[in-house]
Design a protein around this ligand. Structure first.
Ligand SMILES: Nc1ncnc2c1ncn2[C@@H]1O[C@H](COP(=O)(O)OP(=O)(O)OP(=O)(O)O)[C@@H](O)[C@H]1O
Length: 574
């Protein structure tokens, strides 16, 4: 939890103001019984109405002061807690943006969302409560003990011995509670995980009629969360009765030893009453303290989870000193081997190939042969486990990640569009793009005509993940988004799969204008035939490469692919 303290530093002044005002409230609270006793003993019992009015007015003024302090304290507590929550969320978000794919895989998406929302909210609430009431309990406990010692040392010793034992016990419970609440937050991640998956896969769930199965999956996780929370709270709940037993025993001991002391003339009756009075107040404060322990256990668990994200070292390495930019776009893979982090399956095995600047290369291979993985190494989402990747004859590590990626247009296999207009989605690839540039990119991606037919043209809004567009339309918008930045290297991962042969032909022709290096992963012979070179990938290795007619003679895999597609064409023409 201490790791998050720096986040409070910018709000030192409002924190001090809030705490000082809380002390004013506390002082009024402590002095109230004293004043009441004075009014009763010296005013009411002696029939002194003036004294009653005088001290009564003082009591009212003090109450008003406490009321005003409370209101202003609330104002500052809300300001500090909300601002700290805002800062924490922003820092977490910034940090997650720098995460390497390894770190993103380690913290699941749903867990990151829980940390950014629920965990931050818990911390925010705890800060608010700390500034409002939390410090009051410990101060009442300490203040009560000091006052008791001041009244009668030997009787107060009973409290001085008992109370630290209870506080130690509560601290131990907080530790135990933190472990349990950490699990609770993990189970909350689990619930969020199912919700997220279900919302994203609603169509599949409906079409496979698996609503019941998914409901049960959700209920199972929800049940685990409920039972876990009850278990965690139960451990905490024994604190209260235990505390009352110990404190009541202490009060009985004070009474017993007190009566002995009074009869031995070693204490006054008033002193015994005063110490019992303090013991009762301290019991109340300890009850409050045990509630605070519950809240703190939860908050500690959340703070640890947030700190885990903030202190993760698996971020992308930024080679700040390197200002290299891709000039031509030639690519060389030399004996590249690759394992995904924390796995032992060799995905790329001594893979070597080269693509000259401005060339178009088609990459063909069976599913799972490593094509997408190979693509992910070019914008440096991952580093090769061994071997070398050179761009413009420079090792890829020498490029700063952002500068490297600025020159790469990447159209992933799974198209993802953002909510917003079509225009915004295309210009997302280049924030300062003009309308002409947007239209040009759309024209080249063969989507301009379709967009113009939509109700609001380029201003048509598309829903989350572009639900109101067809697969092929989404693919082409995603291609336009990559083209608008006029990349030096264009990576198309099976991005023309949903296009008919004619549209695809026009697209490939338009791409030639861009004079960039293009690698296109495809299963279509029609696409491959347009390329300068075809590279065949088998089990993470280059099994063959060449032009269409060369491969027809040399590669059994290519022949099989051509045969199957020719047969499909014959069947569709029949
Ligand atoms: N994030 C990942 N973590 C671990 N292993 C992965 C990951 N992504 C892919 N793999 C594994 O890497 C291997 C190659 O996958 P890849 O996606 O590169 O194949 P591909 O040739 O692109 O297949 P497809 O044509 O079906 O897209 C597969 O065995 C897959 O299980």
């Amino acid at each position: 939890m201490l790791k998050l303290f720096p986040f409070l530093k910018p709000y030192r002044l409002p924190i001090w103001i809030a705490l000082s005002l809380m002390l004013v409230e506390l002082m009024v609270e402590l002095f109230h019984p004293l004043l009441l006793a004075k009014i009763i003993d010296e005013g009411v019992l002696r029939n002194d109405l003036n004294l009653v009015i005088r001290w009564g007015v003082i009591m009212i003024i003090m109450s008003l002061l406490a009321f005003a302090s409370g209101v202003i304290n609330s104002f500052y507590a809300a300001h500090v807690s909300q601002s700290t929550g805002f800062d924490l969320r922003s820092r977490l978000y910034e940090k997650i943006q720098t995460f390497s794919f390894e770190a993103l895989q380690k913290f699941q998406t749903s867990s990151l969302i829980t940390r950014l929302t629920n965990d931050v909210t818990l911390i925010q609430n705890t800060i608010f409560m700390s500034l409002r009431i939390m410090l009051r309990a410990p101060l009442l406990i300490i203040g009560g003990m000091i006052m008791a010692l001041f009244v009668n040392v030997s009787l107060a010793l009973i409290l001085v011995v008992t109370i630290p034992i209870i506080v130690l016990f509560l601290t131990w419970m907080m530790k135990r509670g933190t472990t349990l609440f950490k699990l609770v937050q993990k189970w909350l991640d689990g619930v969020n995980h199912v919700i997220r998956e279900n919302l994203l896969a609603m169509r599949i769930i409906k079409v496979f009629v698996t609503r019941k199965h998914e409901q049960n999956r959700f209920l199972e996780r929800n049940d685990r969360l409920m039972k876990g929370t009850i278990k965690a709270l139960r451990v905490m709940e024994i604190a209260m009765p235990l505390l009352l037993v110990v404190m009541n025993t202490a009060i009985i001991l004070v009474l017993w030893f007190g009566s002995v002391a009074v009869s031995d003339n070693q204490a006054q009756v008033g002193e015994v009453v005063a110490i019992i009075n303090y013991a009762t107040r301290i019991t109340g404060a300890l009850t409050m303290f045990s509630m605070i322990v519950i809240i703190f256990s939860r908050t500690r668990a959340s703070a640890d989870r947030i700190a885990d994200v903030l202190h993760t070292s698996e971020t992308e390495q930024a080679e700040k000193n390197q200002r290299l930019r891709i000039e031509n776009g030639n690519i060389v893979f030399k004996d590249v081997q690759f394992f995904y982090p924390n796995t032992n399956e060799l995905v790329l095995n001594k893979l070597s190939f080269s693509v000259a600047a401005g060339e178009t290369v088609a990459m063909i291979g069976e599913t799972g042969s490593g094509k997408t993985s190979l693509f992910q190494l070019i914008p440096r989402f991952y580093y090769p486990s061994s071997g070398m990747i050179l761009i413009d004859n420079e090792p890829i590590e020498r490029y700063e990640a952002d500068l490297l990626r600025a020159e790469i247009g990447y159209v992933p296999q799974e198209v993802l569009l953002f909510s917003g207009t079509i225009k915004e989605n295309i210009s997302w690839g280049k924030k300062d793009a003009s309308m002409e540039e947007i239209i040009k990119a759309a024209q080249d991606a063969q989507i301009d005509e379709t967009i113009r037919k939509l109700p609001n043209g380029y201003d048509t809004k598309i829903g989350q993940k572009g639900v109101n567009l067809s697969g092929g339309q989404k693919q082409r918008i995603s291609i336009a988004r990559a083209l608008i930045r006029k990349p030096k290297i264009l990576l198309l991962d099976d991005s023309t799969s949903a296009l008919d042969v004619k549209t695809e032909e026009r697209l490939l022709k338009a791409l030639k204008e861009y004079k960039c290096t293009i690698i296109v992963i495809t299963q279509k012979v029609s696409t491959a035939m347009e390329a300068n070179k075809i590279i065949l990938i088998e089990d993470g290795k280059v099994s063959d490469e060449g032009k269409h007619y060369d491969l027809l003679n040399s590669s059994a895999l290519y022949q099989k692919l051509v045969d199957s597609q020719a047969r499909k064409e014959v069947l569709t023409h029949e």
